[in-house]
Design a protein around this ligand. Structure first.
Ligand SMILES: Cc1ncc(COP(=O)(O)O)c(C=O)c1O
Length: 416
């Protein structure tokens, strides 16, 4: 009964296809607790953990309780609007991951003694879902986000989430909240997987109670007024990450370390901070929430990912594209002096950041020790523009995907 009459398919890990979400909201609560319902949820999510299919419980918001969707997509901005549902699951050393569910978006109940609030044991990810011309939705390299999330978890001594679970949870949310995925070009549904140490304990230790959740929300085009170069300033007073520290993990502490410097940079008229290495304050690391790339003498150079530099998925996509275009690339350390010397010698052709939020962010001005250095006359370079067009073309399904970066999510036709 549950799957009857649903002709659309729902993609799941392993490439198999299953019937789409049934009209859950129309089912009485008791019906949702039946083995038949649970089995259909298992088939929908297709999650397998330790040899067992893991059941997602789905508690949809009733149709008439759903919040209105933003009408003017040009005013979406970033990070203020959340979809109706969230994914949650809990972990303890004895149970492993349990209690996986999609439930209404809402506040968390947390002890004021929760370890995360005191010692920052938390990680997160950020990826986007894009509507494609076929009426389905594209996720861009979600397995890479899942794997980075697992690496961040290991560094923070948190329990990794299996990649299949991570992706299946994102898909389940997309299916249920498909109406929240914006339609205008450049806008997308931002997906924020997060893990926090919930155990109430104010002694310093790794938590033995952990919560993994995913929230989503529509976000606007990053460049509503066009693709304009940003001004960045090299940070001389603070460090973001040190050797052996947390810089290679996506964890709140790194961002907390950057806030004051960013505030001061903005006050001084810059958009972002360029971080140097903590030990010598010479080697280029990254910019705010982006990796940074320099085109010098025809070659694109970017510092290698490390324990102080986040391994950005956009950066690796850029490097793959550049190689495929026969443009020389190198992942190697370079100093701020190398960059300024190249600039002085007329060899610094372009500088741009790469990250999920903006995709490519051209840098038009670099400030170091009070001196401003204009790059490419302060205009967007041709390579930055070509990369931007190519990557967003792939993300929105408007260009071929030769690298197999896209995971297509075919949405159900009848949503609860
Ligand atoms: C510190 C930092 N570096 C680099 C990046 C770029 O990573 P990605 O391309 O995976 O978004 C991000 C954004 O996630 C970031 O927060």
């Amino acid at each position: 009964m549950l799957l009857r009459g649903k002709s659309r398919i729902y993609s799941c890990p392993g490439g198999a296809s299953y019937p789409s979400l049934p009209d859950i909201a129309s089912l009485p609560l008791e019906a949702r607790d039946t083995p038949e319902f649970q089995q259909s949820a298992i088939r929908r999510s297709g999650v397998q953990i330790s040899g067992h299919l893991m059941n997602f419980k789905i508690e949809p918001v009733a149709q008439d309780a759903r919040r209105p969707k933003p009408e003017d997509e040009s005013k979406l901005g970033f990070g203020k609007i959340y979809s109706d549902h969230m994914f949650m699951m809990r972990w303890t050393p004895n149970t492993g991951w349990t209690d996986a569910r999609v439930q209404p978006f809402g506040d968390l109940t947390l002890s004021p003694a929760a370890l995360v609030l005191h010692y920052g044991q938390t990680i997160f990810e950020g990826l986007k879902a894009y509507r494609n011309p076929r009426g389905s939705v594209n996720l861009f390299r979600p397995a890479d986000n899942a794997e980075r999330f697992a690496r961040s978890a290991t560094r923070l001594d948190l329990p990794p989430v299996p990649t299949e679970t991570f992706i299946a949870a994102c898909k389940a949310l997309l299916d249920l909240d498909h109406e929240w995925i914006p339609r205008s070009h450049g806008s997308s549904l931002y997906i924020r997987p997060t893990m926090i140490a919930t155990e109430p304990y104010i002694g310093l230790k790794s938590a033995s109670e952990v919560l993994f959740y995913i929230i989503t929300g529509p976000v606007g085009a990053y460049y509503p007024e066009g693709f304009n170069p940003v001004k960045i300033t090299v940070c001389e007073d603070y460090s973001r990450a040190g050797p052996g520290g947390l810089g290679g993990a996506k964890t709140g502490a790194n961002y907390a370390a950057s806030l004051l410097a960013e505030k001061e940079a903005i006050k001084a008229g810059f958009t972002q901070v360029l971080w140097l290495d903590a030990a010598e304050r010479r080697y280029i690391e990254e910019v705010g929430s982006m990796n940074i790339l320099f085109k010098i003498d025809g070659k694109v150079i970017t510092p290698p990912s490390s324990d102080t530099i986040l391994g950005g998925i956009t950066k690796y996509s850029v490097l793959d594209l550049l190689r495929s275009w026969n443009i020389p690339v190198a992942e190697e350390r370079l100093t701020i002096e190398d960059v300024l010397q190249a600039h002085a010698g007329g060899r610094l052709e372009e500088v741009f950041g790469a990250g999920t939020a903006a995709v490519i962010s051209p840098v038009g001005q670099l400030n170091y020790k009070g001196q401003n250095h204009d790059i490419g006359n302060g205009e967007t370079g041709p390579l930055a523009l070509r990369l931007f067009d190519e990557i967003i073309g792939i993300q929105y399904g408007q260009r071929p995907d030769p690298f197999g970066w896209i995971t297509e999510v075919v949405l159900g036709s009848n949503q609860p």
